[in-house]
Structures are given as C-alpha cells and as structure tokens.
Design a protein around this ligand. Structure first.
Ligand code: MTE
Ligand code: HPA
Ligand code: MOS
Length: 767
C-alpha cells in the first residue's frame, strides 16, 4: 500500500539539507543579466516622462526598458485586462512598476532602480486609499454582486431581536519564503524557456506570449517547486515572468528577475481586507432568521482575482449554518493600492469570519455560551441543509465531529474553569472558543476544474510522472507519486515526479482552490490505470488467462488463480511488454463532474463537496497591555480518507498557525495621506514563528471518508484549516467579554493586535 501511508514529503531530505533547487539556485548561464524594477513614488498620478537616457548613463547599466519596449500587449491581468506590466500614462499605486533596469550585477540594477523618483516626471492626482472611500465614490473593479434567498425584509422585521453592526477584517501578506522570481532564457527560432516560481505555469506561458505577440508554443515555462505560494503566485507571478521574458527577448540574453522582500511587498497584492456591514434578526434561542450583509473588499487598483474571491466570500458567509433568509451584497472597491489577489482560503475566511463574529455577538446579547448558539444554527443533515446559493449540503459531518471535539477537548468543563479563573483574576483573563469550519472544494469557476498527467513506465520498471499541479511545499508531488505507485501496485521508490512543464501537460489550471491532489491525483491515476490495463492485457494473452485475474501488488504481478497461478516481478512484466511492443506510457485526464454556476443569480453547485473541521482555543490575555498567550488548541479536521496523514497534519497545523497570524499579529498599514505601505518587511509586519505555536497543541484527523467519488475518498486539505484559527480570535474576544457588562458584545477588529485588544477593552469598560 502506498496511498494512506504517512510517507515523508518527496523532497523533505533535500529541503533539510539545502539541496532542493529553487529558481535562484540554478547555475546562471553565461551572459545572464539581472533585472530590477523602478516603481512609482506616488499612489496616483499622470506619468509624463521617464528619463531613460539618464538611467542608462548610470554605471553598470546595460539597458533600461519601459512600456514602449513591450512588443505585444502591455497587460498581465488574470481575467480582466486592466493590469499593465509597466505603467503607461497613469500610475495607480505607490509601488507600481514603471521601468526595468538591466545590469550584469543584481545589486547595481537594484541600486539604480531604487532611485526611480529622480528619473520620472509624475503629476500626482487625488488617491482613494481605503475600501470605504472607494466604495463611497462608486469605484469598483467589477460590478456589485448580489445573492439573495427568501424574504429577508419580512424576516428581519418580524424577528424578535435585531443586531446591526460592522466588522473590519484585515488583509494578509503571503510571505512565501521564496520571493517572486523568473529567469527567462532565449532559445532558437524565436522561442523562450522560462523558469518561474509560479502556481500557474500555463497562465505564465499565455501572458508572456501575448506580451511578445507570439504563439503559446514559442514559450515553455517550468516550475520544479516554489518556496511557498499561498495564493500569491496564482496570478501575480505574471508581471515578473513578462518582464524577464520581454527583457530576454529584447537583449537576446538570459534575464533573471528576483525581487527583494521589500519590493515584493510594495509591488504585489495579498489577501483582501474586508469591511462587513450587517443586520441580522434572531430568535430567543439565538437562531438566525435573516441576515443582510454588505461586504466591501479592498481590491486594489485592478480586478486580478477579486471577483472570484468575493464570490467565495459570499458563498462562505453561511459557514456551517443554515440561514433561511439572506441578502448579501459584494463590492470590490477599487483603491489606489496594490492589486489584491488569492491567499489561502480565497475570500472564504473573510466571509465565514463574519457569521462567526455575528453568532458570537448574538450569544453575548442573549447571555449564553456561543457554542450553544452555534449548535442551534448548525446545518441539519436531512433538513435545513441547502446553502443560500442553492447547493445541498449532503455530506455534513459536523454534528459528529463537534460532539467528538467537545468531549475530547473537555470544552464544557473548561468553560466553567475559565469563568472561575476570571472571577479570581482581575488583570489576567482567560478566554475560550470553539469554532467549526465548512469549506467548499472546487474552483468556483467551473471550467478550471480539470487536470492532466503523463506517466512513463521505463523498461527497467522505473516510473516518471508529470502532472499539471505545482509543488509549493504542500506535498502534491508526494501524493501523486503515492497514487501512481498504488495504481500500479509498486513501491513508492520506483516513482519520481518531475518539474511542472507547459510542454508536457497543456492548458493546466493553477494549483489552487486546494484542488491540486484531487484533480492531478485523479488524472495521474487515470494515466497509470491505462498502462496497468495494457500490461494486464499483455499478460492475459501470454498466460492464456483473463485480465480480471491479474493483480498488481507489492512490486509484483499475480497472474491467474488456481494451480497455474504465478507471481512475476513488476520489472520483468514491463520488459516483456516492451519487447511485445506494448505502449508503456500514457496520458490521463480528469474533470470534476456535476458542477454548475450561474454568475448572475449566484446559484448552482459550485463545489463538488465540503471539507469540515473544528477547533478549540484557550488564551490568556493581559488586560493592561493587550498581550496574550495561546495556552492550548485542539484541532479536529476532516480530510476524508487521508492519502498521507503526515502531510495532511502538516497542512492542518500550518494552515491554523497561518490563520492565527492573519487574525492576531499581521497588520498592514498604508500611510493615510501618501498611500505608502509602511509595513513592508518582517521588521514591521509580524508573522508567527515556531514559538507562537501553542505549548499544548492537539491535532487529529476526523475518521471519515468522502461520500463523493474523489481519489481514494480523500478530501482536499490545503486551505480549509486556515479557518480553524477563528477560535483564537474569538477566544480573545471571549477574554475581553469577561470585562463587559452582561449582554454586551465587545467590538473587536481583526487582526486582534494588542492595540486592537486594548481598544476593545476600553470600549467594554465604558459600558
Ligand atoms: N502549503 C505550503 N507548504 N505552501 C503553500 O504555498 N499553499 C496553500 C495550501 N498549502 C501552500 C500550502 C494554498 S493557498 C493552496 S490553494 C493549496 O496549498 C494548493 O495546493 P493543493 O491544492 O495541492 O493542496
Ligand atoms: N480558488 C482559487 N483560485 C480560483 C478560484 C478559487 O475558488 N476560482 C477561480 N480561481
Ligand atoms: Mo490557494 S489561495 O487557492 O492558491
């Protein structure tokens, strides 16, 4: 058995030895030039001139390129074409690339590019720097979206209780350890080979071809692995890939563009911050009768992926709860800041946090345990189980999962202990929260749910696999190798997965939406099964038996039952088939069945299935300083039948800690008049470290199997666990609430930094 085993990540031994190669580790070819980007010093303005001659005259500069040097389309937008590669005419944010400096030395290129301000003439224009300002001015990157069910007006007016409030949820920087990088190498007869750290090699191929006015077949993009992507390299590797490609083509030399961390912060976008304005009606038990919410996101200057991110936010407002009447509006506000993009969860976390915050407020107003309000609102299994967007929740395991977690975490007992502790502790306060997650799996754009693979069995019995997914540390290559080994009944060490390459599998989707293993795993299984069937047919003929009597298992092939039964070595079977001229390689394909989506009505079945989980966190808060500690966290998460429990647990822990960073310490601050992002390096932007893991961290997989036909009945795991961090945020709110008068819900914004916590404490002390 290969599938289901906790085998180490296929590159783990290379990672820990520093032997895994990333783009910048590749030996540089002779003549390589380094590119650096000069960017806009203002948030909005008219670009009159770039002093190219002045820049070119600087020592060590080989060439300077501007928008005028792009032979094809000056655009690298993912969906809508509003993303210039280099600014032309108007500048839209402080940090927008204006020109490219090329030098034999990276440092020289960077030093010259950093002096952009001296070489550009820009007339500043007024800038809209917050989503509220842009929304009020009616500036959006796509038309507003609307999702409605039932009669929210009537339900709101007849509800016994009302709650109207707002919630600010901050953005988040992906902070992949390996920054954005592309290395473009000119090849013969007008073609390019591009090494790129990207979740989406096919899109890189296509945007480069458009920028050069070429055909896609002239561009080959390869990605062996990324040092993390987290959504930040789904679309936004494009600008750098295009710059390196255009420069390489212009200069006929290899060109590498590797961003410095600060430049990466200033140029690229990240998770959208959201402002939620809501009004809900509920009954005595805390059951929501109607919810109306306006979600306003910070899209930044262009559309990028903001529309599907908002769609996912709206489709996750329900999280785990049946909401009979809803009225949801989504506004993607066009601000003069970096264009925001995918980040683990893709809007889901921002949408679902709203309902969790609302239910927490309802519980505080009613004076009951927030867990009981959550349970009262939970989706049913046979009724109360249709989402606002019309999809049946037909795989709800939350009742059993929550039962198990409430027991194993001793939630009820600890609730009493926390109350007792707080009664005797005037300054230090504890808080406890249990939050569930339901997360929809599939790209919410139907056609993206497809994948391809290519499997080669060499005549020595070793196997090479290529598929459309990209490896970013999440272990897709390990899982796909396990799946191929399982399908052919061989040990894992026979299988090697190679770099993602646009010349091997065409028209791939981004590795995103947590679907990497679901889609590419099925495609690779399809390819491997075709080879297995050819081998079986060959053996059936040689051994005069039926293919149905041939079993591939434990590196051997068992032929026939009864007295003639033999067991052959896999490599001997392969050699015999090769000699008989049997095709020993195959492609494979998969498209997720049953999906539908109507963008206008926002109704359909956008998700093949749901992944579930829940978490309990306990915190200790110093109410004088706003500092706090996470004392203990229990996670129980549903990955269906796990393909690799070690990797899945790693994803759950990593997602949780990353979500905790988003909701507690990672704060983005743009200067309110200049629009300069002030938090652009680890000195001012605080991501969690190993020491922020709770000292008591209990992580468990929920025993389950996917009721839908996924690869080995597994479930996607990449994004959903990030939402488990809600329990930390709401445990902090719980600690603050211990200072509040009965019936008062503390107003807490995310991230709950010490400053935000002190603001919340001050607010409830005044009540
Ligand atoms: N895990 C690691 N180590 N590094 C990453 O960049 N990205 C996350 C998640 N887990 C990421 C990660 C995101 S945003 C997604 S969508 C999924 O992995 C993508 O991979 P998968 O679909 O193969 O799970
Ligand atoms: N997740 C990630 N990327 C996407 C999605 C999604 O749901 N939809 C379109 N692109
Ligand atoms: Mo993940 S945000 O879908 O790359």
């Amino acid at each position: 058995m290969s599938a289901g085993r906790p085998t180490p990540h296929e590159s783990a031994h290379l990672h820990v030895q520093g032997q895994a190669t990333y783009v910048d580790d590749l030996p540089e070819l002779a003549g390589t030039l380094h590119a650096a980007l000069g960017w806009s010093p203002v948030a909005h303005g008219t670009l009159h001139a770039i002093d190219v001659a002045g820049l070119r005259a600087q020592a060590g500069v080989v060439a300077v390129l501007t928008a005028a040097d792009i032979p094809g389309l000056n655009d690298c937008g993912a969906i809508i074409h509003d993303d210039p590669i280099l600014a032309d005419g108007e500048v839209h944010y402080l940090g927008q690339p204006l020109f490219v400096v090329l030098s034999a030395h990276r440092d020289t290129a960077r030093r010259v590019a950093a002096r952009a301000q001296e070489f550009v003439t820009i007339t500043p224009l007024p800038a809209l720097l917050t989503p509220e300002q842009a929304h009020a001015a009616g500036r959006h990157v796509v038309p507003p979206m609307h999702l409605r069910r039932g009669d929210p007006d009537a339900a709101l007016s007849s509800a016994p209780h009302l709650l109207a409030d707002s919630l600010h949820v901050g953005g988040q920087e992906q902070f992949y350890l390996e920054g954005q990088i592309s290395y473009a190498v000119p090849k013969e007869n007008d073609s390019l080979f591009v090494h790129c750290s990207t979740q989406h090699p096919s899109e890189m191929q296509h945007v480069i071809a458009k920028a050069l006015n070429w055909h896609a077949h002239q561009v080959q993009v390869e990605c062996r692995r990324m040092g993390g992507g987290f959504g930040g390299k789904e679309s936004q590797s494009a600008l750098f890939a295009c710059v390196a490609a255009v420069a390489a083509w212009r200069l006929k030399r290899p060109v590498k563009l590797r961003l410095d961390r600060d430049d990466d912060f200033m140029i690229t976008g990240r998770r959208h911050c959201f402002v939620h304005q809501y009004r809900v009606g509920y009954d005595e038990a805390g059951r929501i009768q109607a919810a109306r919410i306006d979600m306003i996101s910070r899209a930044g200057f262009s559309a990028d992926l903001s529309a599907p991110v908002m769609t996912r936010a709206m489709c996750h407002f329900d999280n785990a709860y049946w909401l009979p009447h809803v009225d949801l509006h989504g506004f993607c506000a066009r601000t003069h800041t970096q264009s925001n993009t995918a980040f683990r969860g893709f809007g889901g976390p921002q949408g679902a946090l709203a309902i969790e915050y609302i239910l927490d407020s309802v519980a505080r107003q009613l004076g009951c345990d927030p867990l009981d309000v959550r349970l009262a609102n939970l989706y049913g299994q046979d009724e109360r189980n249709t989402t606002p967007y019309g999809q049946l929740v037909d795989d709800n395991v939350l009742p059993a999962l929550l039962d198990e977690l409430v027991q194993s975490s001793q939630y009820r007992e600890r609730r009493l202990a926390v109350a007792q502790f707080n009664a005797n502790s005037p300054v230090l306060k504890k808080g406890l929260a249990l939050t569930p997650v339901k997360f929809g799996i599939s790209f919410n754009v139907v056609h993206l749910n497809q994948a391809g693979a290519l499997v080669h069995v060499y005549n020595d019995g070793s196997i090479l696999v290529n598929h459309g997914g990209t490896e970013m540390g999440q272990g897709v290559n390990t899982k796909v190798a396990q799946i191929v080994a399982q399908t052919l009944g061989v040990s894992l060490d026979r299988v090697r997965v190679t770099a993602t390459d646009t010349s091997k599998v065409a028209n791939t989707s981004a590795t995103a939406a947590s679907t990497g293993s679901d889609l590419n795993g099925k495609a690779a299984a399809d390819a491997a099964a075709q080879i297995r069937e050819r081998l079986a047919a060959h053996l059936a003929e040689v051994h005069h038996t039926s293919a149905a009597d041939i079993v591939f298992e434990n590196d051997a092939v068992h032929v026939g039952g009864g007295s003639d039964a033999t067991s052959l070595r896999f490599e001997d079977v392969v050699m015999s088939a090769y000699t008989a001229r049997v095709q020993l390689w195959s492609d494979g394909f998969y498209a997720t069945p049953g999906l539908s989506w109507n963008r206008e009505t926002m109704q359909g079945r956008p998700f093949y299935y749901f992944a579930y989980g829940a978490s309990v966190s306990e915190v200790l808060l110093d109410t004088l300083t706003g500092e706090w500690k996470l004392l203990r966290t229990d996670l129980l998460h549903d990955v269906g039948r796990s393909i690799n429990p070690a990797i899945d647990i790693g994803q759950i822990e990593g997602g949780f800690i990353q979500g905790m960073g988003w909701l507690t310490s990672e704060e983005l601050y743009w200067h309110p008049t200049t629009g300069r992002l002030m938090t652009h390096s680890p000195s001012t932007y605080k991501i969690p470290t190993a020491s922020d893991c709770p000292p008591d961290f209990r992580v468990k997989l929920f025993a389950n199997e996917n009721r839908h036909d996924t690869i080995y009945r597994s479930k996607a795991v990449g994004e959903p666990p990030l939402l488990l961090a809600f329990s930390v945020f709401l445990a902090l709110r719980d600690a603050v609430a211990s200072l509040a008068a009965p019936g008062v819900a503390p107003p807490l914004r995310a991230p709950a930094t010490p400053e935000a916590l002190l603001d919340a404490i001050e607010a409830v002390r005044q009540t």
